[in-house]
Write a protein of this length. Structure first.
Length: 320
């Protein structure tokens, strides 16, 4: 069951989450990030306040949370731009976002005990290249105990530690020859959660790989029952995502233009061929619109929407 904050607290969280990073971002020339995910704490991410708030309280209240969505729905951007800053304002220590694949830093991979664990721990380490030999034999619990000890020396009270495992579908799409190590990863995560009551794990992955988690869920406290599906943007949220970044840089769409842009985008279905490509078609189109708009003007007219958009996301706006 979700734990919802009181109305006053929720309003404060939303206000803080909405304003984070806007002042720093306002110095940038363009209002839209383009074909890439938002980065940690980056401003001008709009339209997902409610989802960010719900997800934050789930992440605080439950040892494990599974965030999932259609490809291109903006999971990584939501986590980086909204969720992490909100958790940090709640006093949580959020570890660097980790993935289960990456480079081995020229270290002999055959000497790595668990390739998935190695990549997660490398994400949490300041100098993974120089510590590759240690990380090759390290465990999730051992590394988190080391991090907790460092925090204990810096804080009067050890904060809640939140680990985000992003693009977790890579567990099922990479290193097939090391498939047996998948179970051991969950065993290690389960051991860490049992030993560290202040630990929280957020798994974020594509919806079409969620079924693969079912056989491993019993290895985790709570059996991964707490799940959050990120829906496609509704029309009003999409309008906010379009309008607000323009306002931040002192520009705006002409009357009716944003509405027509959203209506056109709602009719488009974009095939996603690359599971690791950018973010939504929304930011791609709007970035192009901004670049092509006349310089020195404060209003932007309707762009031409190309029905053959590049493969950076699925249909991302939910029809009403």
């Amino acid at each position: 069951m979700r734990r919802h904050p009181g109305s006053d607290e929720a309003a404060l969280d939303l206000e803080e989450g909405s304003s984070a990073g806007v002042e720093a971002a306002s110095t940038a020339a363009a209002p839209y990030v383009g074909p890439r995910p938002f980065e940690r704490g980056e401003g001008r991410f709009y339209g997902r306040d409610r989802e960010a708030l719900d997800l934050m309280y789930l992440a605080i209240a439950h040892p494990t949370v599974l965030l999932y969505a259609e490809s291109g729905a903006g999971k990584t951007s939501l986590v980086n731009a909204k969720l992490i800053p909100m958790l940090e304002r709640k006093g949580c220590h959020v570890l660097p976002v980790a993935r289960v694949r990456g480079t081995t830093y020229d270290f002999d991979s055959s000497r790595i005990e668990n390739i998935f664990v190695f990549h997660i721990l490398a994400s949490w380490t300041d100098s993974p290249q120089t510590e590759a030999s240690r990380l090759a034999q390290a465990t999730v619990l051992g590394e988190l105990k080391r991090i907790s000890a460092e925090l204990a020396g810096e804080c009067d009270e050890i904060p809640q530690i939140v680990a985000v495992l992003d693009q977790f579908e890579e567990l099922f799409t990479h290193y097939d020859h090391r498939w047996a190590e998948r179970r051991d990863l969950f065993v290690q995560i389960g051991q860490a959660l049992e030993a560290l009551p202040n630990l929280r794990i957020l798994f974020s992955m594509r919806e079409d790989y969620v079924a693969g988690m079912d056989s491993f869920a019993p290895l985790l406290p709570g059996t991964l029952r707490t799940r959050f599906r990120l829906e496609r943007l509704r029309r009003e949220s999409a309008l906010e995502a379009i309008r607000r970044p323009m306002v931040d840089v002192g520009r705006q769409f002409l009357p009716g233009v944003a509405e027509r842009l959203v209506d056109d985008l709602m009719k488009i279905r974009v095939a996603r061929r690359d599971p690791h490509a950018g973010t939504q078609a929304l930011d791609i189109d709007l970035s192009l619109t901004y670049v092509q708009s006349p310089t020195g003007t404060t209003s932007v007219d309707l762009p031409v929407i190309n029905p053959d958009l590049p493969p950076h996301g699925d249909e991302f706006i939910q029809a009403e």
